[in-house]
Design a protein around this ligand. Sequence first.
Ligand code: FAD
Length: 549
Amino acid sequence: MKYLIIGAVAGGASTAARLRRLDEHAEIIIFEKGEYISYANCGLPYYIGNVIKDRNQLFVQTATAFNQRFNIDVRVKTEITAIDPSKKTVMALDQTNGNSYEESYDKLILSPGAEPIKPPFPGIHNEGIFTLRNVKDTDYIKAYVDKNKSGKAVVIGAGFIGLEMAENLHQLGMQVSIIEMGNQILAPVDFPVAAELQQHIRSKGIDLRLSTTVAGFDKENGQLKVLIQDQESIEADVVILSIGVRPDTKLAVQAGLKLGAAKGIWVNAYLQTSNPDIYAVGDAIEFENPITNQSMNTYLAGPANKQGRICANNVVNGNKEWYKGAINTAIVKVFDITVATAGMASKHLSKANIEHQVSTTQSGSHAGYYPGAKQMTIQIAFSTNNGRLLGAQVAGYDGVDKRIELLSQAIKQGQTIYDLMQIEHAYAPPFSSAKDPVNMAGFVADNILSKKMNPIYWNQLSQNEDALLVDVRTQDEYNLGHIKGAIHIPIDDLRTRIKELDCSKKIIVYCAVGQRGYLANRILNQNGFEQVFNLSGGYNTWQACNQEF
Ligand code: FAD
């Protein structure tokens, strides 16, 4: 058998190695138009920021080592320019000498990745404007940044890579602005989680501008400027354009392969394209989202690598193994905070008309009496009908990764909030509490579904101005700041002062994060108050959202 693979990084290199393990005698050729194979894309921002100091650490494998270990013919600096599915051949362009040649295949695997979106802004070709995808981009950016370490950097786009770049450039001593067209950072998370992160980013001295649109670039007396719609331009020494990526489907289109609704390469459950002899993996494909059952792109290293193994199994053994789809489980460090997400955000569920409820909880990363516990926010979205967990977001300083792993698995396995309540976790005081934050998220969701607590969200207060607002925090907390018009009755006084409240009225209670508010909700309900609502995420979430809105 002869296998050709196009693209030699995450998906391509994984596929190639697995093919060899399954078929020692096959001829395997992997083509890579860049100079390097199997490098750590995910480490590139941290190399630019000098967190990873040794450039060699970025290379998981070299072409020579890969060839020696796996007996795979690695052809770097070789671009596949066309596929002829009827002849089962590809055209390869050797960039070192400009020669083109044909290579035949029995099975072909595409893993060309995604390409950064680079709109035709006026002035986009000015020196100092970069996108970051590969080692070549990294080398350019690093060399440029090293010359301008105390200069001004403008990062356009506040997605995962934009935020990583902003942090790393700031760490180098640059004055950083982030320009984001949306009204929040990180599109996959909901506004309350984003609001907390935005405040943290601003606290680091970053000039974060939301709902701000870049109109183009200009150079005046050698100074690069970012032109902003309806605002003054910003001077920049370095611009990082990270407004998103799209699947690289050029070859697939040229070969007449079917694309899907999300404009990625269409594949079946075996990762086989519309041509039976061509398979595809990674950022370039689209796949059904197991929650919405709609086609979706996933631009993440984990799925690409895992697809590589499944794809190779199917290529060698025949179509036997299904790829079950990804729920976009992702994590990013934003300065001192870590934020992670899995499944669908509430705003996206609403757009897809999926009925759901949301709970926001704040808990300690481990037992409060053991030193060093830090607050963490967990927001989950779950089906109103059956409690199925549909999405989760976690933000905090410690232990975010292990919570999202639990939540992600629960979502992927189709579990419910009732399963979250019983998730068994490893507990000792330095690591968690006897009830883990994930259990707590389940308990609160259960309270919502069983109507023991009615949540009301930060953006619904203005529609409920006729309601009585009751702050149940302590006097000190109240004095430090409260919602205008709130009556103050500390939770410990509520039972004795309950007569001060009119039980025919709608009452909204709130505390700092929602826990005392829940207790107040229960006390009032069981004393004849029927219309009681607890402010989800409490004053902290309300305040962050209002400041950021
Ligand atoms: P890639 O790994 O991009 O590989 C595609 C390769 O195909 C490229 O090297 C390209 O040169 C080559 N190619 C394309 N066309 C041709 C052709 N015609 N001929 C020959 N070669 C071709 N994901 C995470 O999960 N976590 C992270 O923290 C994370 N951080 C990231 C940070 C950065 C800066 C970047 C750029 C990406 C990051 N990602 C992260 C995304 C992750 O790297 C990708 O999802 C993953 O690499 C996709 O694998 P792939 O094989 O589909 O594509």
